[in-house]
Design a protein around this ligand. Structure first.
Ligand code: CP
Ligand code: NVA
Length: 306
């Protein structure tokens, strides 16, 4: 079993993982099952990370596995060894891989050539693990998403917004994406998504109207550092006290973090909603443990070296 994207998942899979995550969270420290016992997992990151790296390292260990962290500079990938060769080597030695990189195709290729369970820990295309944690947080805070309006405000054409759009399609909640015109997904992408419950707007106030969840992210994703012309487009897309006056009374604010205060969110609003935002961060651990626990050990054993 792989987790490569929300696009390739389904409502049933997401519901199952969230139920399991809630159970693992409630019983943390008490559950006896160690589904990754005897396994070694590789965490291969070519981008920085705090939450994802730590939550996967802790989660794998709590499920009984061992873990090795490999930055691209630790391995020959950083010197140009192809992903498919890296995958074939690791696939003969480790039981699963968690990958953070730029190109989604690299994660797809890794899964194919390694033959071991592969988890997308963020690409330029999607951030599926984050969305599972975000959905778990919405369930905990609001009881679910039926009849709720969820808003993504920021770069509407980045990994977070795309994962949100696919989640909205499968779970059938109302999602409004607010972004500058040039940072909205293309018409072709929206045709491919084919989700009438996902709407796009350049007007953040229109998006925020009666919203129950306001979700934001950095304006410049990893790899886009220094794109000041792009960043300058986002001036009116800040999550601040004035914007939140348009939301439903019982709204929550989410941020996948790291946050750049006084850019995509004000210090005031981040601190006001810190309980939710750091609960969201903690939920990375529980959601990912659910993903890891679902890995079929028999499938993994097929790839175990003596
Ligand atoms: N939200 C998230 O993925 O955080 P890191 O980049 O710190 O892993
Ligand atoms: N869109 C952000 C998400 C960080 C967790 C990025 O890719 O940098």
């Amino acid at each position: 079993m792989n987790l490569l994207s929300i696009e390739q998942s389904s409502a049933q899979q997401i519901d199952y993982l969230l139920d399991l995550a809630a159970d693992l969270k409630a019983t943390r420290g008490a559950h006896k099952s160690k589904p990754l016992a005897g396994q070694t997992w590789a965490i291969i990151f070519t981008k920085a990370s705090t939450r994802t790296r730590v939550s996967f390292e802790v989660g794998i260990r709590e499920l009984g596995g061992s873990v090795m962290f490999l930055s691209k500079n630790d391995i020959q990938l950083g010197r140009g060894e192809p992903i498919k060769d890296t995958a074939r080597v690791l696939g003969s030695m480790v039981h699963g891989a968690v990958i953070r990189t730029y190109d989604q195709q690299d994660v797809v290729d890794f899964a194919q050539f390694s033959g071991i369970p592969t988890i997308n820990a963020l690409t330029d295309e999607e951030h599926p693990c984050q969305i599972l944690a975000d959905l778990l947080t919405i369930r905990e805070k609001l009881g679910g998403w039926n009849d709720k309006k969820i808003v993504f405000i920021g770069d509407g054409d980045n990994n977070m917004s795309r994962s949100w759009m696919w989640a909205a399609k499968y779970l059938e909640f109302e999602l409004a994406v607010a972004a500058p015109e040039s940072c909205l997904p293309s018409e072709d992408y929206m045709t491919h998504l084919n989700a009438p419950n996902v709407t796009l707007t350049t007007d953040p106030v229109e998006a925020a109207k009666d919203a129950h969840v306001i979700n934001t992210d950095v304006w410049l994703s990893m790899g886009q550092e220094g794109q000041t012309a792009k960043e300058a487009l986002f001036g009116s897309y800040q999550v601040n006290a004035e914007l939140l006056t348009h939301c439903a009374d019982d709204h929550i604010v989410l941020h996948c973090l790291p946050a750049y205060r006084e850019k995509e969110i004000t210090e005031e609003i981040l601190e006001l909603h810190a309980d939710t935002i750091f609960q969201q961060a903690e939920n990375r651990l529980h959601a990912q443990k659910a993903v890891l626990a679902r890995i079929d050990p028999i499938d993994s054993l097929l790839h175990t070296n003596p």
